[in-house]
Design a protein around this ligand. Structure first.
Ligand code: ITT
Length: 182
């Protein structure tokens, strides 16, 4: 039986979709997956990248879409990898990041959720402060084994309640509030 969805999450990354789906379920929004490699412009602004990606996604999906652009910003590296987080993960990975860090390990995860349906183009952000661990801990995707959210001793990969506090949760909560009242 075919399920009906309120909107689609366009991304090449199924981990992001699985988490976004669980979060939007809490707000009563049914999220489908539109698996797609989206065009990503080079820019220092996650919001600009996300807006372009959302329009590209809509032109392919032809249904209301959200896309998400994330960045891990490390203080002692002047915000690197930031908008280049995806590329950096694929090239040097978590080990490469750990090798670059010394004492100051403060960082933040940022999520931009952008919605597009031809009438609306809206973006919502979620930010979460934390630190980068000394070693990889736990089994998780992406930067989960090295990111320790503020007020926690565990990495994202070791936490059971990541979806209740993540950068993604914060951005999707703002999005839901707007979407359900628009
Ligand atoms: P898209 O097709 O949606 O663009 P992507 O994986 O390229 O997928 P981003 O550019 O938004 O997505 O992601 C930047 C990087 O940050 C990417 O390497 C992710 O693995 C990583 N990342 C984002 N959110 C994360 C999270 O909650 N936990 C661990 N890593 C995360």
């Amino acid at each position: 039986m075919q399920q009906s969805f309120d909107l689609f999450f366009a991304s090449s990354n199924s981990h992001k979709y699985q988490e976004a789906k669980k979060i939007l379920d809490l707000f009563g929004i049914k999220l489908g997956f539109f698996k797609s490699d989206l065009e990503e412009i080079q820019s220092n602004s996650l919001k600009d990248i996300a807006s372009k990606k959302a329009k590209d996604a809509f032109s392919k999906c032809k249904k209301p879409v959200i896309i998400e652009d994330d960045g891990l910003f490390i203080n002692s590296l002047n915000g690197f990898p930031g908008p280049y987080s995806s590329y950096v993960f694929k090239t040097i990975g978590n080990k490469g990041i750990l090798d670059l860090l010394k004492n100051n390990r403060n960082a933040k995860f940022v999520s931009i959720i952008t919605y597009y349906d031809k009438n609306f183009l809206e973006s919502f952000d979620g930010k979460l402060d934390g630190t980068i661990s000394k070693y990889q801990k736990g089994k998780g995707w992406g930067y989960d084994p090295i990111f320790i959210p503020k007020n926690s001793k565990k990495t994202f990969a070791e936490l059971n309640d990541k979806n209740e506090l993540s950068h993604r949760y914060k951005a999707l909560k703002k999005f839901s509030n707007w979407y359900l009242h628009k």
